[in-house]
Ligand binder design. Structure first.
Ligand SMILES: Cc1ncc(COP(=O)(O)O)c(C=O)c1O
Length: 386
Protein backbone atom coordinates (compact mmCIF):
# COMPACT_ATOMS: atom_id res chain seq x y z
CA UNK A 1 0.00 0.00 0.00
CA UNK A 2 1.24 3.49 -0.80
CA UNK A 3 1.97 5.21 2.49
CA UNK A 4 0.22 8.42 3.44
CA UNK A 5 2.67 11.34 3.50
CA UNK A 6 4.54 11.88 6.74
CA UNK A 7 3.29 15.45 6.74
CA UNK A 8 -0.35 14.29 6.74
CA UNK A 9 0.32 11.53 9.26
CA UNK A 10 1.83 14.00 11.69
CA UNK A 11 -1.18 16.31 11.80
CA UNK A 12 -2.86 15.82 15.14
CA UNK A 13 -6.63 15.39 15.23
CA UNK A 14 -8.69 18.24 16.61
CA UNK A 15 -10.10 16.29 19.57
CA UNK A 16 -13.04 18.60 20.10
CA UNK A 17 -14.29 17.60 16.65
CA UNK A 18 -14.32 13.99 17.88
CA UNK A 19 -16.44 15.15 20.83
CA UNK A 20 -18.77 16.90 18.34
CA UNK A 21 -19.08 13.71 16.29
CA UNK A 22 -19.93 11.59 19.34
CA UNK A 23 -22.39 14.21 20.66
CA UNK A 24 -24.18 14.18 17.30
CA UNK A 25 -24.26 10.36 17.35
CA UNK A 26 -25.85 10.39 20.81
CA UNK A 27 -28.36 13.02 19.67
CA UNK A 28 -29.27 10.87 16.68
CA UNK A 29 -30.02 8.06 19.14
CA UNK A 30 -32.49 10.38 20.89
CA UNK A 31 -30.30 11.67 23.75
CA UNK A 32 -30.52 15.31 24.70
CA UNK A 33 -26.94 16.57 24.98
CA UNK A 34 -25.95 19.94 26.42
CA UNK A 35 -23.44 21.20 23.87
CA UNK A 36 -20.71 23.29 25.49
CA UNK A 37 -17.85 22.01 23.35
CA UNK A 38 -17.73 24.10 20.21
CA UNK A 39 -16.85 27.73 19.57
CA UNK A 40 -19.64 28.50 17.15
CA UNK A 41 -21.99 31.38 18.06
CA UNK A 42 -25.58 30.28 18.64
CA UNK A 43 -26.85 33.59 17.25
CA UNK A 44 -27.96 33.82 13.64
CA UNK A 45 -25.82 36.06 11.45
CA UNK A 46 -27.27 39.60 11.77
CA UNK A 47 -29.98 40.30 9.18
CA UNK A 48 -28.24 43.33 7.75
CA UNK A 49 -25.30 41.09 6.73
CA UNK A 50 -27.45 38.32 5.28
CA UNK A 51 -29.47 40.84 3.27
CA UNK A 52 -26.26 42.39 1.90
CA UNK A 53 -25.09 38.97 0.68
CA UNK A 54 -28.47 38.29 -0.97
CA UNK A 55 -28.36 41.63 -2.76
CA UNK A 56 -24.76 41.11 -3.80
CA UNK A 57 -25.63 37.70 -5.25
CA UNK A 58 -28.63 39.10 -7.11
CA UNK A 59 -26.43 41.89 -8.44
CA UNK A 60 -24.01 39.39 -9.95
CA UNK A 61 -21.28 39.37 -7.33
CA UNK A 62 -20.74 35.70 -8.08
CA UNK A 63 -17.37 35.68 -9.83
CA UNK A 64 -13.70 35.78 -8.88
CA UNK A 65 -12.44 38.92 -7.23
CA UNK A 66 -8.86 40.15 -7.01
CA UNK A 67 -6.79 37.68 -4.98
CA UNK A 68 -6.05 40.36 -2.41
CA UNK A 69 -9.79 40.97 -1.97
CA UNK A 70 -12.30 43.64 -2.97
CA UNK A 71 -10.96 47.18 -2.56
CA UNK A 72 -14.15 48.19 -0.71
CA UNK A 73 -13.61 45.49 1.90
CA UNK A 74 -9.93 46.29 2.32
CA UNK A 75 -10.87 49.96 2.77
CA UNK A 76 -13.53 48.98 5.33
CA UNK A 77 -10.96 46.93 7.27
CA UNK A 78 -8.60 49.92 7.25
CA UNK A 79 -11.41 52.19 8.49
CA UNK A 80 -12.37 49.68 11.19
CA UNK A 81 -8.81 49.47 12.54
CA UNK A 82 -8.55 53.23 12.42
CA UNK A 83 -11.86 53.79 14.27
CA UNK A 84 -11.38 51.11 16.94
CA UNK A 85 -7.62 51.22 17.58
CA UNK A 86 -6.55 54.53 16.05
CA UNK A 87 -3.97 52.85 13.82
CA UNK A 88 -3.24 53.68 10.21
CA UNK A 89 -3.12 50.66 7.94
CA UNK A 90 -2.61 50.82 4.21
CA UNK A 91 -5.27 48.68 2.44
CA UNK A 92 -2.33 47.48 0.29
CA UNK A 93 -1.17 45.51 3.33
CA UNK A 94 -4.40 43.54 3.72
CA UNK A 95 -5.11 40.16 2.13
CA UNK A 96 -8.74 38.99 2.35
CA UNK A 97 -9.08 35.24 2.88
CA UNK A 98 -11.70 32.56 3.29
CA UNK A 99 -11.55 32.69 7.06
CA UNK A 100 -8.76 33.23 9.53
CA UNK A 101 -7.58 29.65 9.01
CA UNK A 102 -6.37 30.15 5.40
CA UNK A 103 -4.81 33.43 6.55
CA UNK A 104 -2.61 31.31 8.86
CA UNK A 105 -1.37 29.36 5.85
CA UNK A 106 -0.52 32.61 4.07
CA UNK A 107 1.25 33.99 7.14
CA UNK A 108 3.33 30.92 7.99
CA UNK A 109 3.82 30.08 4.30
CA UNK A 110 5.27 33.53 3.63
CA UNK A 111 7.38 33.59 6.80
CA UNK A 112 8.86 30.15 7.41
CA UNK A 113 11.67 28.15 5.89
CA UNK A 114 12.15 24.56 7.05
CA UNK A 115 13.54 24.57 10.58
CA UNK A 116 12.34 28.07 11.43
CA UNK A 117 10.64 28.40 14.79
CA UNK A 118 7.43 30.02 15.93
CA UNK A 119 6.95 30.57 19.65
CA UNK A 120 3.42 29.94 20.86
CA UNK A 121 1.76 29.67 24.25
CA UNK A 122 0.90 26.29 25.75
CA UNK A 123 -2.11 26.00 25.91
CA UNK A 124 -3.06 27.54 22.55
CA UNK A 125 -5.38 27.10 19.57
CA UNK A 126 -4.32 23.69 18.19
CA UNK A 127 -4.15 24.70 14.53
CA UNK A 128 -1.09 26.91 15.15
CA UNK A 129 1.42 24.11 15.82
CA UNK A 130 -0.13 21.99 13.10
CA UNK A 131 0.21 24.71 10.47
CA UNK A 132 3.79 25.41 11.47
CA UNK A 133 4.79 21.71 11.39
CA UNK A 134 2.98 21.18 8.07
CA UNK A 135 5.14 23.89 6.54
CA UNK A 136 8.35 22.37 7.91
CA UNK A 137 8.64 24.82 10.78
CA UNK A 138 9.07 24.08 14.45
CA UNK A 139 6.47 25.17 17.02
CA UNK A 140 8.22 26.19 20.20
CA UNK A 141 5.76 25.97 23.05
CA UNK A 142 6.18 28.23 26.05
CA UNK A 143 4.11 27.26 29.07
CA UNK A 144 1.59 29.79 30.34
CA UNK A 145 -0.24 29.34 33.62
CA UNK A 146 -3.64 30.19 35.07
CA UNK A 147 -2.04 31.96 38.04
CA UNK A 148 -0.28 34.34 35.61
CA UNK A 149 -3.49 34.98 33.68
CA UNK A 150 -2.10 32.69 30.94
CA UNK A 151 0.41 35.38 29.97
CA UNK A 152 3.95 34.70 28.82
CA UNK A 153 6.55 35.29 31.51
CA UNK A 154 9.06 37.69 30.00
CA UNK A 155 12.14 35.72 31.12
CA UNK A 156 10.77 32.45 29.71
CA UNK A 157 9.76 34.13 26.49
CA UNK A 158 13.15 35.73 25.99
CA UNK A 159 14.88 32.44 26.81
CA UNK A 160 12.86 30.68 24.09
CA UNK A 161 14.02 33.06 21.35
CA UNK A 162 16.82 31.60 19.28
CA UNK A 163 18.50 32.28 15.93
CA UNK A 164 15.74 30.42 14.06
CA UNK A 165 12.83 32.20 15.78
CA UNK A 166 10.69 34.01 13.24
CA UNK A 167 7.58 34.89 15.20
CA UNK A 168 5.85 34.93 18.56
CA UNK A 169 2.19 33.96 18.42
CA UNK A 170 -0.37 35.69 20.64
CA UNK A 171 -4.13 35.33 20.85
CA UNK A 172 -6.05 37.90 22.84
CA UNK A 173 -8.83 37.31 23.74
CA UNK A 174 -7.62 33.74 23.90
CA UNK A 175 -9.01 30.45 22.82
CA UNK A 176 -9.04 28.34 25.00
CA UNK A 177 -8.54 30.50 28.10
CA UNK A 178 -10.62 33.65 27.50
CA UNK A 179 -7.64 35.63 28.86
CA UNK A 180 -7.08 39.16 27.54
CA UNK A 181 -3.59 40.66 27.40
CA UNK A 182 -2.98 44.01 29.05
CA UNK A 183 -1.37 47.06 27.47
CA UNK A 184 1.82 46.16 29.39
CA UNK A 185 1.84 42.65 27.88
CA UNK A 186 1.44 43.99 24.37
CA UNK A 187 4.12 46.64 24.96
CA UNK A 188 6.48 43.94 26.27
CA UNK A 189 5.89 41.87 23.10
CA UNK A 190 6.42 44.94 20.92
CA UNK A 191 9.69 45.76 22.74
CA UNK A 192 10.93 42.19 22.23
CA UNK A 193 10.00 42.35 18.54
CA UNK A 194 11.87 45.64 18.07
CA UNK A 195 14.93 44.41 20.00
CA UNK A 196 15.25 40.95 18.49
CA UNK A 197 13.81 41.38 15.01
CA UNK A 198 11.23 38.59 15.42
CA UNK A 199 7.67 39.34 14.36
CA UNK A 200 4.58 39.16 16.55
CA UNK A 201 1.75 37.16 14.98
CA UNK A 202 -1.43 38.36 16.65
CA UNK A 203 -4.65 36.41 16.19
CA UNK A 204 -7.37 39.02 16.79
CA UNK A 205 -10.33 36.87 15.76
CA UNK A 206 -12.06 37.29 19.14
CA UNK A 207 -11.85 41.09 19.00
CA UNK A 208 -15.27 42.60 19.53
CA UNK A 209 -15.84 40.06 22.31
CA UNK A 210 -13.92 41.64 25.20
CA UNK A 211 -15.89 42.18 28.40
CA UNK A 212 -13.49 43.97 30.73
CA UNK A 213 -11.57 47.07 29.75
CA UNK A 214 -10.52 48.28 26.35
CA UNK A 215 -9.47 46.21 23.39
CA UNK A 216 -6.03 46.75 21.84
CA UNK A 217 -4.45 45.60 18.61
CA UNK A 218 -0.78 44.68 18.44
CA UNK A 219 -0.52 47.27 15.63
CA UNK A 220 -0.86 50.03 18.25
CA UNK A 221 2.50 48.94 19.63
CA UNK A 222 4.62 47.72 16.74
CA UNK A 223 4.75 47.39 12.95
CA UNK A 224 6.80 44.21 13.26
CA UNK A 225 3.53 42.32 13.39
CA UNK A 226 1.12 40.22 11.43
CA UNK A 227 -2.56 40.36 12.30
CA UNK A 228 -4.95 37.49 11.69
CA UNK A 229 -8.60 38.36 11.93
CA UNK A 230 -11.98 37.27 10.64
CA UNK A 231 -15.72 37.56 10.83
CA UNK A 232 -16.56 34.14 12.30
CA UNK A 233 -16.89 34.99 15.96
CA UNK A 234 -17.98 38.60 16.68
CA UNK A 235 -20.30 38.67 13.65
CA UNK A 236 -21.59 35.09 14.06
CA UNK A 237 -20.38 34.19 10.56
CA UNK A 238 -18.50 30.91 11.04
CA UNK A 239 -20.14 29.30 8.01
CA UNK A 240 -19.48 32.21 5.67
CA UNK A 241 -15.71 31.77 5.68
CA UNK A 242 -14.26 35.26 5.67
CA UNK A 243 -11.11 36.56 7.26
CA UNK A 244 -7.98 38.57 6.54
CA UNK A 245 -4.28 38.95 7.08
CA UNK A 246 -2.61 42.28 7.72
CA UNK A 247 1.08 41.88 6.93
CA UNK A 248 4.26 43.96 6.76
CA UNK A 249 4.61 45.16 3.17
CA UNK A 250 7.41 42.76 2.14
CA UNK A 251 5.17 39.78 2.93
CA UNK A 252 2.10 40.94 1.01
CA UNK A 253 3.15 39.92 -2.48
CA UNK A 254 4.36 36.48 -1.26
CA UNK A 255 1.03 36.00 0.56
CA UNK A 256 -0.83 37.12 -2.55
CA UNK A 257 1.01 34.52 -4.65
CA UNK A 258 0.08 31.76 -2.20
CA UNK A 259 -3.53 32.96 -2.31
CA UNK A 260 -3.53 33.09 -6.13
CA UNK A 261 -2.38 29.50 -6.37
CA UNK A 262 -4.17 27.83 -3.50
CA UNK A 263 -7.44 29.73 -3.07
CA UNK A 264 -7.72 32.26 -5.94
CA UNK A 265 -9.89 34.60 -3.86
CA UNK A 266 -12.50 34.74 -1.10
CA UNK A 267 -16.17 34.45 -2.17
CA UNK A 268 -17.28 37.64 -3.90
CA UNK A 269 -20.72 38.11 -2.31
CA UNK A 270 -19.37 37.15 1.10
CA UNK A 271 -16.79 39.91 0.77
CA UNK A 272 -19.58 42.37 -0.05
CA UNK A 273 -21.41 41.22 3.06
CA UNK A 274 -18.18 41.68 5.02
CA UNK A 275 -18.19 45.40 4.13
CA UNK A 276 -21.67 45.71 5.61
CA UNK A 277 -20.66 43.69 8.69
CA UNK A 278 -17.92 46.19 9.46
CA UNK A 279 -19.88 49.32 8.63
CA UNK A 280 -23.44 48.51 9.74
CA UNK A 281 -23.46 45.55 12.13
CA UNK A 282 -21.65 47.06 15.14
CA UNK A 283 -24.95 47.43 17.09
CA UNK A 284 -25.54 43.71 16.51
CA UNK A 285 -22.03 42.91 17.75
CA UNK A 286 -22.71 44.98 20.88
CA UNK A 287 -26.02 43.19 21.48
CA UNK A 288 -24.40 39.73 21.17
CA UNK A 289 -21.45 40.80 23.32
CA UNK A 290 -23.83 41.87 26.13
CA UNK A 291 -25.57 38.48 26.01
CA UNK A 292 -22.25 36.59 26.06
CA UNK A 293 -21.22 38.68 29.04
CA UNK A 294 -24.43 37.81 30.89
CA UNK A 295 -23.71 34.12 30.28
CA UNK A 296 -20.10 34.51 31.39
CA UNK A 297 -21.19 36.17 34.62
CA UNK A 298 -23.49 33.24 35.31
CA UNK A 299 -21.17 30.43 34.23
CA UNK A 300 -17.90 31.33 35.99
CA UNK A 301 -19.30 31.36 39.56
CA UNK A 302 -21.62 28.43 38.78
CA UNK A 303 -18.69 26.23 37.71
CA UNK A 304 -16.70 27.31 40.75
CA UNK A 305 -19.63 26.40 42.96
CA UNK A 306 -19.66 22.82 41.69
CA UNK A 307 -15.97 22.34 42.40
CA UNK A 308 -14.05 23.45 39.30
CA UNK A 309 -11.16 25.88 39.74
CA UNK A 310 -11.01 29.03 37.62
CA UNK A 311 -7.95 30.96 38.67
CA UNK A 312 -7.86 33.21 35.63
CA UNK A 313 -11.15 35.05 35.19
CA UNK A 314 -12.00 34.91 31.47
CA UNK A 315 -12.45 38.43 30.07
CA UNK A 316 -13.07 37.74 26.39
CA UNK A 317 -14.05 35.27 23.65
CA UNK A 318 -16.75 32.83 24.84
CA UNK A 319 -14.86 30.20 26.79
CA UNK A 320 -14.25 29.26 30.39
CA UNK A 321 -11.11 27.19 30.91
CA UNK A 322 -11.58 25.41 34.20
CA UNK A 323 -9.17 23.25 36.15
CA UNK A 324 -11.05 19.96 36.53
CA UNK A 325 -8.14 17.90 37.84
CA UNK A 326 -10.05 17.12 41.05
CA UNK A 327 -12.57 15.28 38.87
CA UNK A 328 -9.92 13.50 36.80
CA UNK A 329 -6.40 14.32 35.66
CA UNK A 330 -6.84 12.88 32.16
CA UNK A 331 -8.96 15.57 30.46
CA UNK A 332 -9.78 13.46 27.41
CA UNK A 333 -11.04 10.55 29.51
CA UNK A 334 -12.95 12.99 31.73
CA UNK A 335 -14.62 14.77 28.80
CA UNK A 336 -15.65 11.38 27.39
CA UNK A 337 -17.16 10.35 30.72
CA UNK A 338 -19.03 13.64 31.06
CA UNK A 339 -20.47 13.19 27.59
CA UNK A 340 -21.58 9.60 28.15
CA UNK A 341 -22.61 9.84 31.80
CA UNK A 342 -23.73 13.45 32.31
CA UNK A 343 -24.66 14.11 28.68
CA UNK A 344 -22.66 17.33 28.69
CA UNK A 345 -20.19 17.93 25.85
CA UNK A 346 -17.08 20.00 26.56
CA UNK A 347 -13.56 20.22 25.12
CA UNK A 348 -10.68 18.37 26.82
CA UNK A 349 -7.87 20.72 27.83
CA UNK A 350 -5.23 18.42 26.32
CA UNK A 351 -6.55 19.43 22.89
CA UNK A 352 -4.77 22.75 23.44
CA UNK A 353 -1.42 21.30 24.53
CA UNK A 354 0.18 19.69 27.57
CA UNK A 355 -0.33 22.97 29.41
CA UNK A 356 -4.08 22.37 29.14
CA UNK A 357 -4.04 18.90 30.67
CA UNK A 358 -6.35 18.66 33.66
CA UNK A 359 -8.57 21.46 32.28
CA UNK A 360 -11.90 21.45 30.49
CA UNK A 361 -13.02 24.20 28.12
CA UNK A 362 -16.67 25.20 28.32
CA UNK A 363 -18.06 27.34 25.51
CA UNK A 364 -20.87 29.72 26.36
CA UNK A 365 -21.81 30.27 22.74
CA UNK A 366 -25.12 28.76 23.73
CA UNK A 367 -28.25 29.92 25.57
CA UNK A 368 -28.42 30.70 29.27
CA UNK A 369 -31.03 27.92 29.59
CA UNK A 370 -28.60 25.38 28.18
CA UNK A 371 -25.88 26.64 30.51
CA UNK A 372 -28.18 26.22 33.53
CA UNK A 373 -29.06 22.70 32.42
CA UNK A 374 -25.40 21.84 31.77
CA UNK A 375 -24.29 23.06 35.19
CA UNK A 376 -27.14 21.13 36.89
CA UNK A 377 -26.08 17.93 35.12
CA UNK A 378 -22.40 18.46 35.98
CA UNK A 379 -23.32 19.12 39.62
CA UNK A 380 -25.31 15.87 39.77
CA UNK A 381 -22.45 13.96 38.12
CA UNK A 382 -19.90 15.46 40.53
CA UNK A 383 -22.01 14.53 43.57
CA UNK A 384 -22.09 10.92 42.40
CA UNK A 385 -18.54 10.56 41.06
CA UNK A 386 -16.01 13.10 42.15
C1 LIG B 1 -8.05 31.44 17.99
C2 LIG B 1 -8.74 31.06 16.73
N1 LIG B 1 -8.19 31.45 15.56
C3 LIG B 1 -8.76 31.11 14.39
C4 LIG B 1 -9.92 30.35 14.34
C5 LIG B 1 -10.49 29.97 13.00
O1 LIG B 1 -11.36 30.93 12.54
P1 LIG B 1 -12.01 30.98 11.11
O2 LIG B 1 -13.42 30.50 11.25
O3 LIG B 1 -11.96 32.44 10.73
O4 LIG B 1 -11.20 30.15 10.18
C6 LIG B 1 -10.52 29.94 15.53
C7 LIG B 1 -11.74 29.12 15.51
O5 LIG B 1 -12.20 28.60 16.49
C8 LIG B 1 -9.91 30.32 16.75
O6 LIG B 1 -10.44 29.95 17.93
Amino acid sequence: MTPVSRRAQEIQPFLVMDVVARAKELEAQGHCIVRLEIGDPDFPTPDVITRAAETAMQDGSTHYTQSLGLPDLRDAIRDHYSAVYGVTIDPEDIVVTQGTSPAMLLLFGALLDPGDEVIMPDPCYPAYPNYVRFLGGVPKLVRTRAKDGFRYREDELRAAIGPRTKAIMVTSPSNPTGAVLSVEDLQMLADIAEETGVHIASDEIYHGLTFCGEEHSILQYTDRAFVLNGFSKAYAMTGWRLGYLIAPREFVRPAEKIQQNFFLAANAFVQQAGVVALTEAQPDVARMRALYDERRRYLVPALREIGLKIECEPCGAFYVFADASDWGRDSLALSRRLLEEAQVACAPGIDFGQGGEGFLRFSYATSLEQLHEGVARLARWARMNA
